[in-house]
Design a protein around this ligand. Structure first.
Ligand SMILES: [Zn+2]
Ligand SMILES: [Zn+2]
Length: 329
């Protein structure tokens, strides 16, 4: 199956957290956390439409400037999401620069920031280039019912509130359904591969009727025929991202629920289990705790990251500890 999401950590596990999620067939990408983004090319940064920030500790938010720098002067809109206090953080970042020359810019780059609130509706504000990024509150009435932050045709992004001494957001990217196309089925029907299959996949994912007709060159084929011979619907891809959390009972329950059955769980493994007390003090997980959470959630693969610099020369210890807990408990 060709996955929809292509996630990769921007930095090695000791670098500042940022997960770049590229999309198949689309010129777009998402970012989870805005740590050091310097390894990303301008082309990669320009694809980013939405960025989700777990919390505003510097190592998770320092890349904001890199994104701003490349998007400034473009006809673009960047959607940002973050925890309580986030709108102030964004406003203050923007207020750190002088904007006397932007009023006449041809393109009005806009940041739309959403401060996620646990109970109440989100606080949303826009910051436009031409006003010098003055904060403009937007009434949306949107709230995090069910934790859904973004709902698109093919996927959604969900969040949960976690405790890191401060509220910290965990995220899950969930593809709704995945439609596989069988090349042999197409061959038997004498049909070519091509861009027309995108339309077929979207129609199948929407559950459109069998009678729906597609025209390819000088032929017609129905969705029913495609369903019978050339496509299969399977559960969608799921990716979870959890970092900077204390090992508490309520965090564990929320993380397991968020990551349940994920194909891939990116999870912090800051410390070794021998440093459990230190990890608790710093409101971080040990590698063993991270592995056990992945095991309980039944994730297929676990990617440990956000290693404490103290372990610079022993990354393998953290990796081994997390994977042993995932596999054997
Ligand atoms: Zn951190
Ligand atoms: Zn932190």
């Amino acid at each position: 199956m060709k996955p929809l999401f292509h996630p990769r950590l921007v930095n090695d596990p000791f670098g500042d957290p940022a997960l770049y999620v590229d999309f198949l067939f689309e010129r777009r990408a998402l970012l989870l956390d805005l740590g050091d983004l310097s390894p990303l090319s301008a082309r990669q940064l320009l694809r980013v439409t939405h960025a989700f920030v777990s919390h505003a500790h510097m190592d998770h938010f320092v890349g904001f400037d890199a994104l701003l720098r490349i998007l400034l002067g473009r006809e673009k809109r960047l959607h940002l999401y973050g925890p309580p206090g986030f709108l102030d953080r964004v406003e203050h970042k923007l207020a750190g620069y002088t904007w006397n020359l932007v009023a006449g810019y041809e393109h009005d780059f806009v940041i739309r920031a959403t401060e996620v609130r646990p109970e109440a509706p989100h606080a949303v504000a826009e910051f436009r280039t031409r006003t010098g990024f003055r904060r403009e509150p937007i009434e949306t009435g949107e709230s995090s019912t069910g934790g859904v932050l973004l709902e698109e045709e093919t996927f959604r992004v969900r969040t949960v509130f976690l405790d890191h001494g401060i509220p910290c957001l965990g995220f899950a990217l969930e593809e709704k359904l995945h439609v596989n196309v069988w090349k042999t089925g197409l061959d038997e029907m004498g049909l070519p591969t091509g861009i027309w299959l995108r339309e077929v996949k979207a129609a199948a994912a929407r559950g459109e009727p069998d009678a729906r007709i597609f025209r390819i060159a000088n032929r017609e084929v129905t969705l029913g025929e495609m369903r019978e011979h050339a496509i299969r619907i399977v559960p969608g891809q799921k990716i979870a991202y959890v970092t900077d959390v204390a090992c508490t009972e309520s965090n564990a329950a929320a993380i397991v629920e968020l990551a349940r059955g994920a194909d891939l769980l990116f999870i912090e493994t800051a410390f070794t289990h021998a440093e459990e007390a230190r990890a608790a003090l710093k409101r971080h997980l040990t590698a063993r705790q991270a592995g056990l959470l992945g095991r309980e959630a039944g994730v297929k693969r676990l990617v440990p990251f956000h290693f404490s610099p103290k372990h610079q020369d022993e990354a393998d210890i953290l990796l081994r500890e997390a994977l042993a807990a995932l596999e054997h408990g």
